[in-house]
Design a protein around this ligand. Structure first.
Ligand code: NI
Length: 267
């Protein structure tokens, strides 16, 4: 009898452990993702939601996001900064970004300094318990176009260096969000050094890698295990498609996961 009870306790513990390891990824279209970590931490990356043509209407109610612990912004362009200011204010979330853009955000009052984490490449941080974030290179540009809330006047400010992020969850799973980027040779370093389990890569072209360049990055540089394509189809110039990406990849050991905007994947 005691042994049977012991077995049940063991089974219950095993279930608790496997549930604790589970985590979720939601895509809002463009480069906007929500990660709910194994430890229940909520991380938003490039939260372009209310103005995002691909985000389902039901998800544009920012209150429906629930709690948000951390926002990561890859660079200053509007389709990546998105709703950062409002979400940061509503949820008192920490907001991490390159150090120079952090000054722009702080000085303009977009996000209060006390919520900002200003950092730079190759210096891993633990902005929230159990989550390690490392900034990596991106081949792109970055500026912050600010609209004065009182006058409506626009002004342009420094956005620092554009970036990608490697996010390591509590269970050791590593996600590489490339931000907006062209292909660059040091993607080989990202693949070898961080060994991401999942990569979120832009394929739309025009401002970022197109399907052919993204396929070269995957096959020759990153050696990706799993890839979710992003930053395509949102606006007319972003013509790359997942089908063209898969075709360009050809015979490959990389798994391509094509998400629908709003979809939640469980890992
Ligand atoms: Ni951009």
């Amino acid at each position: 009898m005691m042994r049977a009870i012991g077995g049940m306790v063991m089974l219950a513990m095993a279930c608790a452990v496997s549930q604790a390891q589970a985590w979720e990824l939601q895509w809002f279209g463009q480069s906007a993702f929500k990660i709910t970590s194994p430890g229940g931490k909520v991380i938003l990356i490039d939260p372009f939601i209310t103005g995002n043509p691909k985000t389902p209407e039901a998800l544009k109610d920012l209150a429906a996001l629930g709690k948000v612990d951390l926002i990561l912004v890859t660079h200053g362009h509007g389709d990546h900064v998105g709703d950062t200011a409002r979400i940061a204010a509503d949820h008192e979330a920490k907001v991490a970004m390159n150090a120079d853009m952090g000054h722009t955000f702080g000085n303009l009052g977009i996000v209060p300094y006390k919520q900002l984490i200003r950092f730079n490449k190759s210096g891993p941080i633990q902005p929230i318990d159990g989550i390690t974030v490392t900034m990596v290179h991106a081949e792109h540009s970055s500026e912050v176009v600010h609209t004065d809330p009182a006058s409506g006047a626009k002004s342009v400010h420094p956005g620092g260096e554009p970036a990608g992020y490697v996010i390591e969850l509590e269970n050791g799973f590593r996600i590489y969000h490339a931000g907006d980027t062209g292909v660059f040779a040091d993607m080989k370093f990202i693949g070898e050094y961080y060994r991401p389990d999942l990569e979120l890569l832009p394929i739309g072209g025009h401002f970022t890698m197109d399907p052919a360049h993204a396929a070269f990055a995957v096959n020759k540089l990153l050696g990706s295990k799993k890839v979710i394509p992003m930053h395509y189809g949102t606006f007319p110039p972003l013509k790359g498609t997942p089908e063209a990406f898969k075709q360009a990849l050809g015979e490959t050991g990389t798994e391509v996961i094509v998400m629908e905007p709003g979809q939640v994947l469980k890992f």
